[in-house]
Design a protein around this ligand. Sequence first.
Ligand code: SF4
Ligand code: SF4
Length: 368
Amino acid sequence: MVRTESRALKLESLDVLIEAVSQRYRAYGPVAKDGEHAFQEIGADSELYLGCAVTMLPAKHVLQPVRMDLYTFKLGDGFEIEEPGLDEKLAIIGISPCDVNAVLALDRVFGGKFVDPYYWRRRENTLIVAANCIEVAEESFCTSWDTGPELYSDYDLLITELTDGYLLEVGSRDGEDIVNGLNLIKATQEDLKEKKSRLDAARAATRKKLPVAPDDLHRLFKEQYNHPIWVPNADVCFSCGNCTFSCPTCFCFDIRDEIMPSRKEGVRNSEWDSCQLLEFAGIAHHANFRRLRIDRFKHRSIHKLSWMKQQYGLTGCVGCGRCVRWCPSWPERRGRITSLADPVEIIADMLEPPEKIEGAERPGGVIV
Ligand code: SF4
Ligand code: SF4
């Protein structure tokens, strides 16, 4: 992304923008699906939902597909490898500020010490058309991390819904190329004021908040590593992996080789994986680093909320609320029925006096 100085335009209807983007890029955006919303491939006539939708999955599958062929291999005169083309131009339209921040976290993971070319080639070819959230979903707590409801940078184009159209801010040369053909007028001071007041109102209306400052989380989890609440919590975890598959910052994948019956050719592919699944940490001789469910439950919580910041400099949670929404286990905590995977509740658990925890007297022998 070649950044340019941001400039603001006025857009009357989203259709012209969607059409202009989808003519040049393979575009994805949030659309209605099965009573929910999902990021899917869209065309010029697609109807996008730009409210703060806790979509079923984030848009990370555009950059890191659920399953992808890395290369095919063949034994001929030598060992031949063929890679699929990765130069397709992609666009994500309507991605929320927290999800853009999650992409920045993935950039650190896949572009740090070890660069993943499959991620980076997609990332470099992807246009980010973000949308500010003029209301925050009830499961979300982006304001606690300052990852939403407003995006300040790292977009090609940024949409904010106004009462009489949309404010369209341009943040890169690729964004400029899209708007140049659209004949749009400059936004007025009134438009910019309305953007500010709408986003201020969204911030003020956000009810869900972290119970401690983000900078205190590393110390908290270190001190409470053996807190007794982990035992009853892990007891009601199904190890289903929903909390990780639905998370925009979770990045783990597995690599497999499929060999054809001729045993002379095959394909190497990668597929999303989850630290919550028993097989994830399995190695030879049936050994497993995290055979106990409590170890997997703790790993996800502490890695996202503490270790990832130590490793990559950005937290592993952006407060989107998807794990809250899609976790199937809702135990009672502190007199309320809550989502087991909810990071806000997991942090609040760490603040509970250990002597108040029921069911923790067992010596941590949680089943697999
Ligand atoms: S941990 Fe939950 S709330 Fe945080 S980014 Fe992942 S899915 Fe969203
Ligand atoms: S915390 Fe919830 S979503 Fe995550 S593995 Fe356990 S039951 Fe599944």
